[in-house]
Ligand binder design. Structure first.
Ligand SMILES: [Zn+2]
Length: 229
């Protein structure tokens, strides 16, 4: 469920792999997984557009090695030294195939770091574009992902609700997490938390201010949903 808050280890267990890598193309279950961070000290320049429905994700650097002591100073690689596609190369090729009309867009589950060891599930996106651009003295990959409106039609996906989904901006998430001290505001539970809109989108609520967002546990999230008709 989008806006769910997940401890790092649980996120890894759910995706059945060690998510040491930020980019994980096609995990064999019909989707890819990327980890993003919009925090000020984040290593890559991921960007969310104004209305929160489009994500521009930066490709990843070469691993640091003897041959590449400063990965930030060299082009982000499309291929490994042995010639196979890197994660950048795989996502880039998938976006190119989609643009040529040869494939459906790759479905991508997006997780975002909001606190040490604490991640937020941002829901599913479609990879619709990719390009390379100059960043200071090197070339980096960029990937454009748009919110998947109907991903819940597949049995593999949790229900996202029918209203148009938008991401809650990162500073709001971080502020709400700190203000509510990582606990449900109703009962103090510290697990199965979600970011909840006090007044839902469907009734004119917003995610632009922290006042309209709060932490709720799964139980209180559900009981609230039942009351709002
Ligand atoms: Zn609760």
């Amino acid at each position: 469920m989008a806006n769910e808050i997940i401890p790092y280890l649980e996120m890894c267990a759910r995706e059945a792999l060690s998510l040491q890598r930020g980019m994980n193309f096609d995990l064999g279950r019909g989707y890819s997984v990327i980890l993003m961070s919009l925090r000020p000290n984040a290593p890559y320049r991921d960007r969310l557009d104004d209305d929160g429905s489009t994500l521009t994700y930066e490709g990843h650097d070469s691993p640091r090695s003897e041959a590449t002591p400063n990965p930030k100073e060299v082009d982000q690689p499309e291929r490994t030294p042995s010639g196979s596609l890197t994660q950048n190369g795989k996502f880039f090729a998938a976006a190119a195939a989609y643009k040529r009309g040869e494939a459906n867009p790759q479905l991508v589950k997006v997780y975002e770091k909001i606190h040490q060891g604490i991640w937020s599930y941002n829901g599913t996106f479609r990879l619709v574009d990719s390009w390379r651009e100059r960043d200071w003295k090197r070339m980096v990959f960029k990937f454009k992902l748009v919110v998947a409106e109907d991903a819940e039609t597949s049995a593999n996906w949790p229900t996202e609700g029918s209203e148009r989904r938008r991401l809650i901006p990162t500073p709001i998430k971080v502020e709400v997490w700190k203000r509510d001290r990582g606990r449900c505001v109703m009962c103090g539970a510290a697990d199965e938390l979600h970011f909840d809109h006090v007044l839902p989108y469907s009734r004119g609520g917003t995610s632009v201010t922290a006042e309209n967002v709060q932490l709720l546990c799964a139980r209180h999230n559900l009981s609230k949903g039942a009351k709002i008709v």
